[in-house]
Design a protein around this ligand. Structure first.
Ligand code: NAI
Length: 377
């Protein structure tokens, strides 16, 4: 099988998410790293790309140069990852889709609902793939949870409780660090800080596991560090189309919590619990029964969980391999084999609608607000 060609924009040296994309894209041999515009500083981006083994003529200074360079090549990249800060996602993603490239865009996909709808329209018009990196949904044990719910093993889902709360932006003395500051700067991050940064992973996960969509929500936002205009803590109650009740807490000032992403699913006939800090285990409790630990790599898993487990039971597979699972599903999609679960532009749009609904709700004192994008109402 010939390798697909992969390029990345952003994810430069020292960035948070860049290494996970490189490890993920290259883990299974589906892609070769062929092109990049990796940094907002053109020279630093070119230099880093060359050090990573990209040919000098494909180590670009910025994304417009990359678009111009790649679109004319017979061996142009098959997939472009957009791993820049939020405000640039829409412009870059739209331009590459329109030029006929497949895109994996970091979350949040856009800054506004209208931009999200535009990306969905461009995907339809071009027939290209636009995935969004909700990578936690690609952990094998999360796929197992989704499959168990789909198979009816939990009964109707009554309640979902999820948190994505860490404490890494809790030091007020470090609030001006540029790596932290942009996440609370409306010009770069958008209308929401922590909810758009981490909360949407949890909200996507709730939809993903329940196979259902968030319909309405009520939000309470707080900026606990005075210099921040955007929220660093949010509590969001939501209701799903199928009637499931949802509770979500997200925070970046929860000092003592590390990654802090977990989800509990309470159905009529059982409960599930998954936590990103122990991603290889899924806790399952049947009604009136004992709690069991379902392990990645054990026999009897649902097919999707089995497919995405690489090493045998009890050997940890962590975050970069969850990202790699997104790239595996993307490689299959590019080659024409559609897999269940790959997060798409529609998911990115739903998140954007939820972000804007949460902001409006918080401003209105927690008013219950329609969280669906107008396109899907
Ligand atoms: P970062 O600030 O650590 O790194 C950003 C990188 O992008 C830097 O290398 C910077 O030089 C480069 N860059 C900025 N503007 C650019 C431009 N116009 N062209 C080319 N390169 C440019 O940011 P981080 O944390 O890596 O976040 C990047 C994106 O990834 C954000 O949208 C964020 O929300 C998302 N993210 C997603 C995660 C996930 O779990 N899916 C986890 C962390 C971040």
């Amino acid at each position: 099988m010939t390798k697909l060609k992969w390029g990345m924009i952003g994810g430069g040296e020292g960035s948070q998410i860049g290494p996970a994309h490189r490890l993920g894209a290259l883990a299974d041999g589906h892609f070769e790293f062929a092109a990049g515009a990796l940094d907002h500083r053109p020279d630093a981006g070119r230099d880093y790309a060359k050090r990573l083994g990209i040919a000098a003529d494909r180590a670009y200074g910025d994304w417009t140069e990359m678009l111009a360079g790649e679109r004319g090549r017979a061996d142009r990249v098959d997939l472009v990852t957009v791993a820049t800060p939020n405000a640039t996602h829409f412009e870059i993603t739209k331009a590459f889709l329109e030029a006929g490239f497949n895109v994996l865009c970091e979350k949040p996909m856009t800054m506004t609902v209208e931009e999200g709808e535009e990306i969905v329209r461009v995907v339809k018009a071009t027939g290209r793939i636009c995935a969004v990196n909700y990578c936690y949904s690609a952990y094998p044990m999360v796929r197992q949870a989704r499959a168990m719910v789909k198979a009816g093993e939990m009964g109707r889902i009554r309640l979902i409780v999820t948190n994505f709360s860490h404490g890494h932006h809790g030091d007020a003395a470090n609030a001006d660090n540029p790596r932290v500051r942009w996440r609370y700067d409306p010009a770069v991050a958008g209308v929401s800080g922590q909810f758009a940064d981490c909360g949407i992973h949890a909200l996507h996960m709730a939809s993903f596991i329940c196979n259902d969509e968030v319909e309405t929500l009520s939000a309470d936002f707080a900026s606990t560090i005075a210099s921040r205009t955007l929220e660093d803590d949010a509590m969001v109650n939501f209701r799903m189309a199928g009637g499931t009740v949802g509770r979500l807490w997200t925070s970046s000032v929860a000092i003592g919590r590390q990654h802090g992403f977990d989800i509990q699913v309470f159905g009529e006939t059982g409960g599930l619990r998954w936590a990103s800090e122990q991603p290889n285990q899924l806790m399952y409790t049947p009604v009136n029964g004992r709690t069991q630990i379902i392990e990645k790599g054990e026999s009897g898993l649902h097919a999707d969980a089995q497919r995405l487990s690489r090493v045998s039971i009890a050997h940890p597979e962590g975050f970069p391999l969850a990202v790699a699972n997104i790239y595996c599903d993307l490689a299959d999609a590019i080659r024409g084999e559609v897999r269940d679960g790959l997060p798409r532009a529609e998911d990115g749009l739903r998140s954007m609608a939820a972000v804007h609904a949460a902001v409006a709700s918080a401003k209105a004192g927690g008013l219950w607000t329609d969280a669906r994008p107008p396109l899907f109402r």
